[in-house]
Design a protein around this ligand. Structure first.
Ligand code: PLP
Length: 365
């Protein structure tokens, strides 16, 4: 028996199914939080890659979208999102410059940068640097991209010298993705943004935008060091967020609806939702490759391209999924699952009420 929220008789298996009401609640809750905290909300579109969902977010008050690639920016921009921030240190090439120029005619366009060399590439790729605004990325503890906050001024100066408008600074507290790390990551984020603002101030540079946010930290982020939040996953949530305690099972709005295609041995069933449906991500702290909301003691112990192996030995034998049953599975990391899908089936009241294209799936450059 599938989780009734995701179950509809006409859903082909495997499919990604969205609980429309849970999706709307997640969008509204984050919009309300941002409004109450006086923060601009700029959801990250890489999670849903879906213009229909971007529209719901903007209608709920989002100032625009964050994206990871120019391809995502083009798809959302061409579908009417008027303000897009490529929150990534773009390394511009001959292909990117003309695409940014075309897009800037209809979209307020901002790009990330974390080096004078990246700024110089961008300057050379564009015929007119006034078409694009730049925001400097600083690192707050993830140790991925972003300069140390104290070094923000060197990148900002390079942007200003090249003729770009400087929007401010951004950071991603992605080290919140480990049990018990939420508060530390949030504090690190605030400290890093404050330090960067100070460094820019000392160099005489204004810093109106201080953009941060991740799904684990967003709901606990208040006004102060940050002016803008960029959570992405919150729109659906996923198995990782349940394990991290960011959300409850009821707040997960997307599941793969899968079928038990094999039950070859006692305590083991196999689903048709393999890595090409659930996505490959499994952090070391995750108990499995996904979560079955109706079978809390079941563990997805193995993932092949087209097989998900589930250990149901801890589930009461009378309640175990049987061959032919439909089950809902939450992906560990919903962004990588959605990127593999062509459409999302929107379910409400036990019926498929809509089908939304994942228009930006695979738009990775
Ligand atoms: C730069 C940047 N901003 C925002 C986000 C959104 O955070 P989350 O995935 O926790 O919702 C991400 C996620 O990877 C990111 O890389």
């Amino acid at each position: 028996m599938a989780d009734h929220r995701f179950h509809a008789p006409d859903v082909p298996s495997p499919s990604l199914v969205v609980d429309r009401e849970a999706l709307e609640r997640n969008i509204e809750a984050m919009a309300r939080h941002a409004a109450e905290a006086s923060l601009a909300l700029r959801p990250h579109g890489k999670t849903h890659k879906c213009p229909a969902i971007a529209t719901l977010q903007v209608d709920a008050g989002a100032v625009g979208l964050a994206v990871a690639t120019v391809g995502e920016a083009e798809i959302f921009g061409n579908q009417g999102v008027g303000d897009v921030f490529v929150a990534y240190p773009l390394w511009a090439d001959a292909d990117i410059g003309p695409r940014l120029e075309v897009l800037s005619a209809r979209v307020r366009l901002t790009v990330g940068a974390d080096s004078p060399a990246g700024i110089e590439r961008l300057r050379r790729a564009l015929s007119d640097t006034s078409l694009v605004r730049v925001i400097v990325e600083v690192d707050c503890g993830l140790r991925r991209t972003g300069v140390p906050p104290a070094d923000a001024a060197s990148v900002a100066h390079a942007a200003l010298d090249a003729g770009f408008e400087l929007g401010g600074v951004f950071t991603f507290p992605g080290h919140s993705y480990a049990p018990g790390m939420r508060d530390e990551a949030r504090t690190d984020e605030e400290r890093a943004l404050s330090e960067a603002v100070e460094a820019l101030g000392a160099a005489g540079i204004d810093c109106p935008v201080r953009s941060g946010g991740s799904t684990p930290t967003a709901a606990a982020t208040g006004p102060g060091a940050i002016t803008e939040l960029r959570p992405g996953v919150y729109v659906f949530n996923d198995a990782q967020q349940v394990v991290l305690g960011t959300c409850t099972v009821d707040q997960v709005a997307l599941a793969a609806l899968a079928t038990v295609v094999s039950a070859p041995a006692p305590g083991r069933v196999v689903l048709d939702s393999g890595a090409k449906v659930l996505g490959p991500d499994r952090p070391s702290w995750a108990p499995g490759h996904g979560k079955l909301p109706d079978h809390p003691n079941a563990r997805v112990t193995g993932l092949w391209e087209h097989h998900a192996v589930v250990d149901v030995s801890e589930t009461d034998p009378s309640a175990r999924p049987r061959i032919g049953d439909r089950v809902a599975v939450f992906p560990n990391h919903v962004c990588t699952a959605v990127n593999l899908a062509r459409e999302l089936l929107i379910v409400s009241g036990g019926k498929v009420v809509d089908r939304w294209a994942v228009a930006a799936a695979g738009a990775n450059r």
